[in-house]
Ligand binder design. Sequence first.
Ligand SMILES: Nc1ncnc2c1ncn2[C@@H]1O[C@H](COP(=O)(O)OP(=O)(O)OP(=O)(O)O)[C@@H](O)[C@H]1O
Length: 757
Amino acid sequence: MSVRVVARIRPLLEKELDRDVIVRADRVAEGAPLTLVKIPSPKNETEEFSFAFNRVYDQSASQEDIFTAEVAPHIKSLFQGLDVTIFAYGVTGTGKTHTMRGGLKLADRGVIPRLLSNVFRRAKKIMKDTEGATSVTVALSYYEIYNDKVYDLLEPPEKRTPTGLPLREKDGKTIVVGLSERLCQDLKDFERLYIEANNNRVTAATKLNAHSSRSHAILRVKVTQTTGDAVRESMASAIDLAGSEDNRRTDNGKERLIESAAINKSLFVLSQCIDAISRGDKRIPYRESKMTRILSLGQNNGITIMILNLAPMRSYHLDTLSSLNVSSRAKRIEVREIENEIVYKQPPRTNSGLGGAEMQRQPLRPINSVHNSHVGTALALKAAEKAAAKDKPVKAFAVYADKKPASVPAPNTSQPRQPLQPKRPSEPVETQPRPSKLARPTQRSLPRPAQQAQQQPLKPQPQQPTITLTPDQIEAMVEKKVAEILASRVAATTTAPDTETTTTNATQAAAISEEVQRRLEALEQRIEREVQARGGNDGRSEGLRLLLQARHAKERGDEEAALRFYESALPFFPGQPKLLGKIERLRAKLGISDSCALAPRSPAKEAKAAAARRAAKRGEEEGDDNNDPDYDGTEADVEDDADDAMLSPSKRKKKLNRARSKARLSQAEDEDEPAGPPSPRTQTLLDIVNSRDLARIRSLHGFGAKRAQDLVDILALRAEGGDEGAGRVGSLKELKALPGIGGRTVERAREGLVVTC
Ligand SMILES: Nc1ncnc2c1ncn2[C@@H]1O[C@H](COP(=O)(O)OP(=O)(O)OP(=O)(O)O)[C@@H](O)[C@H]1O
């Protein structure tokens, strides 16, 4: 995927004074385009910070300038099957809505109406050029995410339920259940719907005594092109994000604090996703907030444009710096674009029990190179062979391979990749080898649709061959794959693998890496469920988790990672002096000036650090497995799990029973804690915990050294947070909600106590 990050500085509004302007656009050299934002240090006015973007627009930029340069070039790609996502990010009052929606006058119209106007125009042209052989439909959905709940903006506010619309996974995609979708014939149709929906947004916000800018507004435009049996679908998403300012500093009301926590969390996850994409991580934490999850950020094919809106005024100084920090990190994201494939209405795909005939998009696959797939999966295949040699195919299940069409030449793996050419003349040619931007031995390497149509007629997929593997073999592959993947990326840039072997194994490699990806997805879902079960919506607990990770990184001696974690935790503890002190000290130690975000590491260094991170994470997951917190105990969880589709009936049944018994246990747990004073056993447990005595906590049943140390650290951190009694745990429920603890651990510890009355 490709992410382009641009900044737009808005002009002064009435009553704003020239002398208060502190933000300016600049260029790296005379004659070069504007790509820098400069802003003085809040501590020392003579020192100036500089942030680089793909492009910077100053006060003179018009709505048309932005659209023509940043969005219009991608409309063609949208019709070629790429998804296009446009975010407006920034502090309240910096011009996000102006940029996205704009005013009523023609010249003032923002990105969204211009986008729709272009989409309708192109749709008409296609239908005309093909003399009706291709039909194009445009369907809209429009919703907002407020306090991490999803509300349909195409429906009147009276129809809203307190919990909002639920999300569900279907065919590897996240869908909003019950979200309406309206077909739109033309621009007038769109404008009518859009105005009505925006009124719904304002009315709903007023009812809650809130402001509509406290929610993220997401407009999705689905373009469906049908030619005979071939259907191509792509999606343009335009997002007006909630203000990114530090709301806790400006407004302390209870409702506003809840809003702030939700906004901070989703923006934080957004920045984490962007960071992860920029590092070339395989696993993007997109599931951790509803917004990134619905957009499948980092998973969706195509192009993402992030517009950072800035106000030039001094009164926005700190907030401007913080949003500059987040967005300039996003600029390092590499370019990789993949079209959605054409799907066929007839005949249905019968090859995969996992995707199903109604699957409309490409399944999720790792963005692997042939090199990577080869290196990673060669190990995996070895593991499979080894396991097969042990002759235990009893619980076998099938992994389906995507077969490459014969006419597509195998990617040339004997040549190192050339640096990508810039997408625009204004961009510098990339000279660094980019480890994660790699060709894959799947249909994604196919030429774009227009060329494809010339080269070969569209044909239904042939019946796919299968490779049979046992769950143990797959498990072994996942383990190996995770450990090897980054190292193989680096190796791929220096070693040319054996072309012949690669070609021979390409089909198997694709199938296996798909399976590996699915397993990683399942793991991610587990983690998410665990986080939710522990009150994952609480920004504070997320912050604590990050502080813990920072400490672990420090212990490993990875101070750069520690700094990243501390910085990531900062939005959850804004202005916390100790945390700021730690960040400052680490920055000084690492020789990083305040002006810049951490520089990207070299691929080798990054690979090493990421491997360590993953190993640590795997360790945590393994540790947690002892407590088996994978499911929150509902049958739906078990049935939803993608893995289950591949389990044998007896294993499925076992899993279901396990989940049922957990559900009973968790119900019992809840019942165990009546409203009155805690039982002697519970009180003893709480006393031990609140003693923060490592030895006593370690003596608790089910608490190992690491968990005990984490608990002590969390309580210490909470105490440092300063609230009265923040370092004490008052109830079992509170204890269970602490990051890294979990309900089953608490119950075990409690049950393991001998209480003498
Ligand atoms: N480029 C611009 N040219 C002229 N006026 C602008 C521009 N950008 C923003 N404004 C004006 O600045 C004010 C604030 O802009 P806007 O409401 O779009 O900010 P916002 O970031 O969307 O705020 P919120 O988060 O509260 O929705 C509006 O009056 C808008 O018309």
